[in-house]
Design a protein around this ligand. Structure first.
Ligand SMILES: [Zn+2]
Ligand SMILES: [Zn+2]
Length: 827
């Protein structure tokens, strides 16, 4: 060991040694408890950024800590390798997306290794590898067979910049999640995963995810958006059928005075056909179709509509209701039609006022009588039913049930549940993705590619076209195939899957990355799944985390895994910011991990990113903080270097009786630190855990020279130094290994058991303090030896014996003699 700490001399040496010894290889050991720790895998964009470093440093502390606690740990790493940036780079740099991706992976892998993260590299996977996506295609086929995949033509989100369809989850405030450009609507045929079939279970299980942040649970619940109500049929006045609506307010049915259809509703054209309104309706529909959904549903959007020239009948009152189409009704929600109750819905109220439609009050507030002629806004609170036939006088909450019963009895309607969640559109008109395993035959129709013909390989001898479009639709060698049913000529699907499909099951594949007889080896998957701790950014709160939950349930139902949920605990780490803003190229405030490693080494980089803020908070990057972290490691190094010759005796627990007060205090400090660091790591309070280690180091510096080197002292020194190195090791593993070797250990520090604290050593000593009131002895109390004046005074004032003598009198002052006496002086 050198006298001076030099990270560059030690870090790569230990990294090579760890790899050679396979210290982080995960093994299914039925005798040990398993712990599966996972950080969201990166997109191979080129280089790691500080956000990655922070995310993976957090995970690495937990992985190393759990391994030292004796768990069988799985801590894998891989690459979310399909997607647009590879195609863009391909065009820009005239390089194939596969080449670009693999180059980036190999560079980023070397960066991760240089950080010393404890990954089991034997399990590395990249989703663009044929051995990965072939199994995804098989999952697709199994889902198809179970009716969980369907094809439909619908109005989809279209990003003109990315030239592809986006799922609803991928549109953020009307813009594309990736390029942040405006999203259009476009009618397109594509493939959908039936996530709605799992809406209820996805919602119900939200309440079982007690290890998830409340905020994420709420976002998922809102996205699934369950509402309970009724579906009711309103007969058309001309006797040609009925309009079915969904409502959560069947208690207001008697007040429904008009009907509104979404402009996209098929009945709009049908009902207005041949009427004098026909031309006006058509022009209106055309105009609204060009408005986006966000604008159409905005609170302050002007509510506009046109009368279709048709009527339907309120099934409860028999009254005729004019049928309109309006911009604020969406085809995507419910049935695309609403019954309008102007007196009890603000949107309907505004519309009825604008178009002079009659209003009827059907719910009266307690002790008040509403008159439609004088109402200035809708009444949306609870009350008692009026003008509602047999239900008059009933509380409206009660009437919801009663009217639902009545509808079912008369066969006018049924109770129904509606979800905001839509099926997941997965067709992408892109090249760099997993081919959708579907065949089109003129005779046999649409057929999935049979298992024996998988994988459908993405051809690598072509790339994206000049304009960015996929080459697959123009590639005969790809398109032309034979029909699996009749053996005649057939065509392949040329769309690829949304890259979020790959990230929906990679965590399960990590349990058996080399398995070649199916997507998952059930035994291994069931040993490791679910992930015990998942770590990643909050931006995935709905998108990836919802899809992954859905896929886990599908994998369970196609008998590939037995758990219901993929992630038991979830930590969403904050961003890394500098000069008040998120690090980004455009802001010019990026700190490059490579520069940090070159200058300070991996341990300092890790230490700073863990010490500067708790994981959930944003981390403000500060050069002085990095300097401080580096100085601390130099300090630890010097301390252990100096003590290595003092701490020669074997560490053995020594009781208080055998130690001088200074030695006892040192031992106490060491064990208090063990307790604190252990509890803090369990709670992810890494910053305070590191602060405790720093305090221990300070204490050792202050006392080391005052202690005489006796065999007893050497034993306590040794115990303390060993604890210090072990406690530091999850945060700064390289320096810890080096120091561990310095104190004579042969095996890696990660094979050392995590230390247990000695209860006797951390017990605070107590002494008896005398309490007087106006100079007279009133009580004797036990207080901690180190208790400050305020604390002792508080304890004294809480004593019933003391209180009795103060009783109502004003405390003038308190005389305090440390460790001996409190005298309370009253008026
Ligand atoms: Zn885009
Ligand atoms: Zn055929």
């Amino acid at each position: 060991m050198k006298e001076r700490y030099d990270p560059h001399q030690i870090e790569e040496r230990w990294q090579r040694w760890w790899e050679g010894e396979k210290l982080f290889r995960a093994a299914e050991d039925p005798k040990r408890e398993k712990y599966y720790l996972l950080e969201m895998f990166p997109y191979p964009s080129g280089r790691l950024h500080m956000g990655h470093i922070r995310n993976y440093s957090i995970g690495d502390v937990v992985a190393r800590y759990k391994q030292m606690q004796g768990y069988s740990v799985l801590h894998p790493m891989g690459w979310d390798a399909f997607g647009m940036p590879a195609e863009n780079a391909a065009r820009e740099h005239k390089i194939h997306p596969a080449q670009w991706t693999h180059d980036n992976i190999s560079y980023m892998r070397s960066q991760l290794k240089r950080m010393g993260f404890s990954y089991d590299w034997d399990r590395e996977l990249a989703t663009c590898d044929r051995d990965y996506y072939r199994w995804e295609q098989l999952i697709f086929v199994r889902m198809y067979e179970r009716g969980l995949v369907h094809r439909k033509k619908s109005l989809v989100n279209w990003c003109p910049q990315c030239q592809t369809v986006l799922a609803n989850e991928q549109v953020e405030g009307g813009t594309c999640w990736r390029c942040h450009g405006e999203v259009d609507k476009k009618e397109l045929e594509g493939w959908y995963f039936k996530i709605t079939a799992y809406a209820e279970e996805l919602l119900e299980y939200c309440d079982r995810l007690s290890g998830w942040p409340e905020r994420v649970i709420t976002m998922q619940k809102n996205w699934i958006g369950k509402s309970v109500g009724a579906e009711v049929a309103f007969p058309l006045a001309d006797g040609t059928g009925a309009i079915t609506i969904f409502t959560t307010r069947q208690d207001t049915l008697f007040g429904a005075t008009f009907m509104v259809l979404a402009p996209e509703h098929p009945l709009v054209a049908e009902l207005s056909k041949g009427k004098e309104q026909e031309a006006e309706v058509r022009a209106f529909v055309e105009r609204v179709k060009r408005q986006d959904l966000i604008t159409r549903t905005a609170e302050d959007m002007e509510k506009e509509g046109v009368f279709l020239g048709a009527y339907c009948t309120n099934p409860l009152t028999g009254a005729q209701m004019p049928v309109y189409t309006a911009n604020f009704v969406l085809m995507e929600y419910g049935t695309g039609a609403i019954m309008a109750v102007p007196t009890h819905d603000q949107r309907d109220f505004e519309f009825a006022q604008k178009y002079g439609i009659p209003m009827i009050v059907v719910i009266q507030p307690p002790g008040e009588t509403l008159d439609p002629a004088t109402m200035t806004e809708a009444y949306t609170e609870d009350g008692v039913l009026v003008h509602s036939g047999p239900f008059d006088g009933m509380e409206n909450r009660q009437a919801m049930e009663a009217i639902a019963d009545y509808l079912e009895e008369k066969e006018i309607g049924t109770r129904a549940v509606n979800y905001r969640l839509r099926d997941w559109g997965i067709s992408r008109q892109r090249y760099w993705g997993t081919p959708i395993p579907i065949t089109y035959c003129d005779h046999c129709g649409i057929l999935p590619v049979p298992e024996r013909d998988l994988p459908v390989v993405l051809p690598l001898d072509v790339g994206p076209k000049e304009n960015g479009a996929s080459p697959l639709p123009d590639l005969p060698s790809f398109i032309e195939t034979t029909c699996p049913a009749c053996g005649g000529p057939a065509r392949r699907e040329t769309d690829t899957m949304d890259t979020f499909v790959e990230s929906s099951w990679y965590f399960a594949r990590f349990t058996c990355p080399d398995y070649d007889r199916g997507p998952l080896d059930k035994e291994q998957a069931n040993y490791w799944m679910p992930v015990d701790q998942y770590i990643g950014g909050i931006e995935h709160a709905i998108l990836h985390l919802l899809y992954a939950r859905f896929f886990t349930k599908v994998l369970r139902d196609i008998d590939m895994v037995s758990c219901d949920e993929p992630f038991t605990n979830l930590l969403t780490q904050g961003m890394v910011i500098k000069d008040g803003a998120k690090m980004s190229k455009s802001k010019g405030n990026i700190v490059d991990p490579d520069d940090m490693i070159k200058r300070y080494g991996a341990d300092t980089t890790r230490l700073f990113s863990l010490f500067a803020a708790p994981p959930e908070r944003d981390l403000e990057w500060q050069a002085e903080g990095v300097e401080g972290a580096s100085r601390f490691l130099h300090r630890v190094w010097r301390l252990v270097y100096e003590l290595r010759n003092k701490a020669t005796q074997k560490a053995s627990p020594v009781g208080k009786a055998g130690l001088s007060p200074q030695l006892w205090e040192m031992r106490r400090k060491a064990h208090q630190t063990i307790k604190k660091v252990t509890e803090d790591i369990e709670r992810f309070h890494f910053n305070t855990a590191i602060a405790a280690v720093m305090e221990l180091v300070n204490h050792l510096y202050q006392t080391k020279d005052a202690i005489e080197a006796t065999p007893r002292a050497e034993s306590v020194w040794r115990e303390t130094v060993e604890a210090l190195v072990v406690l530091l090791s999850p945060f700064c593993p390289h320096v810890a290994e080096e120091l561990w070797e310095t104190v004579g250990k042969k095996a890696s520090v990660i094979t050392a058991p995590w230390p247990q604290y000695d209860r006797e050593a951390i017990a605070e000593e107590e002494i008896t303090v005398v309490v007087q009131v106006n100079g007279k002895l009133r009580d004797r109390l036990l207080v901690p030896v180190s208790a400050a004046e305020e604390q002792v005074k508080e304890i004294a004032l809480a004593s019933p014996k003391v209180r009795r003598h103060i009783d109502g009198k004003e405390v003038k002052k308190t005389i305090f003699v440390p460790q001996k006496l409190v005298n309370i002086v009253c008026a």
